[in-house]
Write a protein that binds this ligand. Structure first.
Ligand SMILES: Cc1cc2nc3c(=O)[nH]c(=O)nc-3n(C[C@H](O)[C@H](O)[C@H](O)COP(=O)(O)OP(=O)(O)OC[C@H]3O[C@@H](n4cnc5c(N)ncnc54)[C@H](O)[C@@H]3O)c2cc1C
Length: 452
């Protein structure tokens, strides 16, 4: 197995052998009450909730990026957020918070101008600046450029706690741990075995195309039928107007998102409670219904723009952008000059040999679970996972308050923040929808365990 394949295969479900912690190397540093890994919107929202509602609870965070930018690999010109802007870091939990998007606009002197914008949702780059503005107010609590590589249980200030080791060798400790690292990118076959700068997941899109400049690729393949895929195709068409761009999609074509207000109630807290209590087969049925509200589908504005672009190119007799439905890439081989693709038509079985200078994978992310497209647990928990329970179907047991259910006495509290779509449903997808309410639930869960 290559390293990339190993990462893709992810961790395996532990057996029920006795817990054998990976020991924390060296002396354990003094700890905070709450230690967070990752400082994206999820843990930032938690830091704010602790500051506002539980000021005596000490917290600190490690963040891999030196200057974190919200989904920086996809901050495309013109792209907008997929949520009402008031579903921000705080408003659903505390509409009077200093850290709301509206207050950010107010403090920047842009509120009235923003309210006059003839658009439904804010630009993603403006939302990223809002998140950066809030992040900057917590700098003293965050170790930036510190990528966590290992987690161990150890005695912290005389009680069980966690020690997190980072790539630079630094270590931090806490009585409770909150993992908010975002979901793992999903790289499907046959790309999972390729280690080539010519193949990238959407999370690396902008750095990859910027590195190409000033060379213009002659042909680019975009894999997947998500909102991100459509945004990437449009961005590529603007950026490289002479390139041949082919979007390979497994389904018949590109689908419109389900934006019915009835379906959108899947992003209500009541749905989270309902989904949490549903059986696994019930959850599967709810997922199948809810999927088009967020996955493998796009908003009408970008779909119409892409359709009109292709129509105009055909009218001019020089089509360069293509959407190939019912297509599956069955084999891929990369060399210095490009990537050779074997593309099958799913229903007729026809196979075509194609070539691309660059392949962008708009193929989504992994959830927690036993299925091939999922991962059983976040790989970072490798050293402590034997302490926690899995259900009969192979799912890690996540309590309603996002803590993991221990199977070993004396296990300190560990919460997942933003990784729980398979236990809590679509409203808990790594999105902003219920982020601020989830922070309140975790804050309460910490209190219940005697922290804060
Ligand atoms: C292209 C794109 C567009 C999106 N647009 C929207 C949108 O418009 N609206 C919406 O609601 N949602 C959107 N989402 C969903 C997105 O997941 C959420 O908006 C949000 O980013 C989730 O926050 P998070 O903190 O859970 O994860 P992330 O934003 O992924 O943040 C996780 C953080 O953890 C850090 N980290 C990871 N591993 C480690 C480690 N080992 N050690 C230390 N730090 C680590 C990362 O550097 C990162 O800063 C979008 C997602 C993508 C990919």
């Amino acid at each position: 197995m290559t390293a990339a394949q190993e990462a893709q295969a992810g961790p395996t479900v532990p057996t029920t052998r006795p817990a054998q912690d990976v020991p924390a190397a060296g002396p354990v540093p003094s700890g905070v009450d709450v230690l967070g890994v990752g400082f994206g919107p999820a843990n930032l929202s938690l830091a704010i909730a602790l500051q506002e509602d539980s000021p005596r609870t000490s917290s600190s965070f490690v963040e891999a990026e030196r200057e974190p930018v919200w989904q920086g690999g996809m901050l495309l010109d013109g792209s907008d957020t997929q949520n009402h802007p008031c579903r921000d870091l705080v408003t659903l939990r505390n509409p009077r918070s200093h850290y709301s998007f509206i207050n950010y606009l107010f403090e920047q002197g842009r509120l009235i101008e923003h309210l006059n914008l003839p658009v439904e949702f804010p630009l993603r780059k403006e939302y990223a600046r809002y998140i950066q503005w809030a992040t900057n107010q917590f700098r003293s609590q965050v170790a930036l450029g510190a990528r966590a590589t290992g987690i161990a249980v150890a005695e912290v200030d005389g009680a069980p706690g966690y020690v997190v080791t980072c790539a630079d060798g630094s270590r931090r400790a806490g009585r409770a741990l909150v993992l908010g690292t975002g979901r793992t990118p999903f790289v499907p076959r046959p790309f999972d075995g390729l280690d080539s700068p010519r193949v990238c997941h959407l999370t690396r899109y902008l750095p990859t195309v910027r590195q190409l400049a000033p060379t213009e690729p002659g042909s680019i393949a975009v894999i997947g039928g998500s909102q991100s895929a459509v945004e990437i195709v449009l961005d590529l068409a603007r950026r490289f107007p002479r390139a041949r761009i082919v979007n390979y999609v497994r389904k018949f074509g590109l689908r419109l998102k389900d934006t019915s207000p009835f379906s959108e109630e899947g992003f209500f807290p009541a749905f989270t409670d309902y989904y949490y209590k549903a059986s696994r087969s019930g959850k599967d049925a709810l997922d199948a219904y809810m999927r088009p509200t967020n996955y493998s589908s796009s908003d009408g504005d970008v779909l119409k723009e892409l359709y009109a672009l292709i129509y105009e190119q055909r009218l001019d007799g020089e089509q360069r952008v293509f959407v190939r439905g019912n297509s599956e890439v069955r084999a891929a081989e990369a060399d210095d000059s490009g990537v050779a693709l074997e593309v099958a038509e799913i229903h007729t079985g026809d196979v075509a040999a194609e070539r691309a200078d660059l392949v962008i994978l708009a193929t989504g992310f992994r959830d927690l679970g036993p299925n091939p497209q999922q991962e059983p647990y976040p790989a970072l928990l490798r050293g402590v996972i034997d302490r926690f329970q899995f259900d009969a179907d192979g799912y890690l047991i996540v309590e309603a308050d996002y803590s993991l259910r221990p199977r070993v006495d004396g296990t300190p509290p560990l919460f997942l923040n933003g990784l729980c779509e398979s236990s809590h449903g679509i409203g808990d997808a790594g999105s902003f929808s219920l982020l601020s309410l989830r922070a309140a639930t975790i804050r309460d869960g910490l209190r219940k365990q005697g922290i804060g």
